[in-house]
Design a protein around this ligand. Structure first.
Ligand SMILES: [Zn+2]
Length: 215
């Protein structure tokens, strides 16, 4: 190979390096986080993240989770994984959203902004365990909770007064705490334990302080 050809190749390599287009970013408004676990796509379709729940609007951490999901989808090129034809009863596509191979569901759980929608995955259960242990996000006030005795099934935990669980077979009294239940990968009952309880973190403002304070 002559020096001229070599120089020519170098020029091409350098040019490729310089001219390689940046990862295309969607316009900020192209995907909109309606709340932490629900996204609106440009065509009007909605996506419900699989495996996780985030706080409902008005509860502690709801706005933080929504803002996190919005920043996440704006951080690169979002793609839908598990984007199959499954939909929930509200017509939302059930999928995870990834940016550069990173899962939004996992990121939310890691930051304590979401908890597992059972059964989740083993990776999510480990992430939830770490987030609860570190009392991140909505888990921050778990030690101040006074929920009274809890009842557990395979996937969820309830107040003993829960109208859903009643005396259902398989439910058993549990002397442990909500933190322990969450660390076992169980989720709070959606009827008797809207999550996070008002007691956790003392409300959205206090949680926001903690999240911002903790970076
Ligand atoms: Zn319940």
């Amino acid at each position: 190979m002559g020096p001229g050809l070599l120089r020519g190749l170098l020029v091409v390599v350098v040019a490729l390096g310089v001219c390689r287009p940046e990862t295309p970013r969607p316009a900020p408004s192209s995907i909109r986080a309606l709340d932490g676990d629900t996204l609106a796509l440009p065509g009007g379709d909605r996506v419900r993240l699989v495996h996780v729940d985030t706080p409902e609007r008005g509860r502690g951490g709801a706005e933080e989770a929504r803002a996190y999901s919005q920043r996440f989808v704006e951080s690169g090129l979002p793609t839908l994984s598990r984007g199959d034809s499954r939909r929930d009863r509200y017509g939302r596509r059930l999928a995870d959203v990834t940016v550069a191979g990173r899962s939004l569901s996992a990121a939310l759980v890691e930051h304590g902004l979401a908890w597992i929608y059972p059964p989740g995955t083993s990776a999510l259960r480990e992430a939830q365990c770490r987030a609860v242990e570190a009392r991140l996000g909505v888990h921050a006030g778990l030690d101040d909770l006074r929920l009274g005795p809890l009842v557990a099934t395979a996937s969820r935990f309830h107040r003993v007064t829960c109208p859903v669980i009643g005396r259902r077979a398989g439910a058993r009294p549990w002397s442990g705490t909500a933190a322990e239940q969450l660390m076992r990968g169980r989720a709070p009952c959606r009827t008797c334990l809207p999550w996070p309880p008002r007691e956790v973190g003392g409300g959205p403002a206090s949680l926001r302080d903690r999240l911002l304070g903790g970076g």
